[in-house]
Design a protein around this ligand. Structure first.
Ligand SMILES: Cc1ncc(COP(=O)(O)O)c(C=O)c1O
Length: 284
């Protein structure tokens, strides 16, 4: 039977999590339960198991491969355990796979969905991060919620844009998409390294930065007492954009954290901007 969430229901998220998930939960009147997440290996499954035993969780929404903002990827054993744990409790897993194609490893990562035997995982992907942000083409493998998801998609956005879908399908079939992914992964890996080196050189002593498993997003912890919201406002006046830490938590945590994105073609201008963030962070 397909169940639906109701206002006030609890949904598990990683912490920190993508702010878009928080906005979705807020719009639907759902409550977030934040589970601690390791910067390299992803959500803590022990903490999740404990939470599932104590709270009436209705769904789990996570990014097992290249999460946003911390860039973590779960091991195969962990993905398998996650899927099994949720299937045993009949709690659906919503898997956001949007950055998975940008993972730095040689082979493409397996989705947690690949361990799903019960149709309990809803796998969501998109070409927003790999082809063009404005494209708005994605896909869902919704397991036993397929018909319901198809209907909700129709109601929410009135069907698909067939022209764009055909173009994307041709890019996939011709191999151009794969070739472009290889280039993107190489470019992002170099840019991430370059940005981490600038951060090590120019940010206040005690700053910590993630080493993401893919894509182009860095999550920074500034020394205690630094205020990323105030920093965001000062940087805005200079035309530099960061995402302050509290955006990534339902409970406004991470005041001394921030997310920066280094996806644009790296140039001296970007390096100067990053050094300026470090300089102002030291004063914040
Ligand atoms: C983690 C994550 N999921 C989903 C989305 C939304 O993607 P789309 O624009 O394809 O709906 C984004 C975009 O920023 C994202 O970072």
């Amino acid at each position: 039977m397909v169940r639906r969430t109701r206002e006030g229901d609890l949904v598990v998220l990683e912490s920190p999590t993508y702010y878009g998930f928080l906005q979705i939960l807020q719009t639907l009147g759902l409550r977030a339960l934040e589970i601690p997440t390791h910067p390299r290996s992803g959500i803590s499954l022990d903490a999740l198991e404990l939470a599932l035993g104590q709270h009436p969780v209705k769904a789990v929404l996570v990014m097992p491969n290249v999460s946003n903002p911390i860039g973590a990827s779960m091991s195969e054993a962990a993905k398998k355990r996650l899927v099994g744990m949720l299937a045993a409790r009949d709690v659906p897993l919503i898997e956001d796979h949007i950055y998975a194609d940008l993972q730095f490893g040689a082979a493409p990562p397996r989705a947690a969905k690949s361990y799903d035997r019960a149709g309990n995982v809803i796998l969501c992907g998109s070409f927003t991060k790999t082809l063009a942000p404005g494209l708005k083409v994605g896909w869902i493998e919704a397991g036993r919620w397929r018909d319901r998801v198809r209907m909700l998609k129709f109601v929410a956005s009135g069907g698909q844009n067939e022209l764009i879908e055909t173009v994307v399908a041709e890019l996939l079939e011709s191999g151009s998409y794969e070739r472009s992914l290889r280039q993107l992964r190489r470019r992002f890996a170099v840019q991430v390294d370059a940005a981490r080196a600038v951060i090590a050189d120019s940010f206040p002593h005690g700053t910590r930065v993630t080493r993401p498993t893919g894509a182009y997003i860095l999550w920074l912890e500034l020394p205690q007492g630094c205020d990323s919201v105030a920093l965001f406002e000062r940087l805005l006046e200079r035309g530099i954009s960061i995402a302050p830490g509290p955006m990534f938590s339902a409970t406004q945590r991470y005041r001394n954290f921030m997310r920066i994105s280094v996806g644009q073609a790296w140039s001296e201008r970007h390096e100067r901007a990053l050094r300026e963030i470090g300089r102002l962070a030291a004063q914040s």
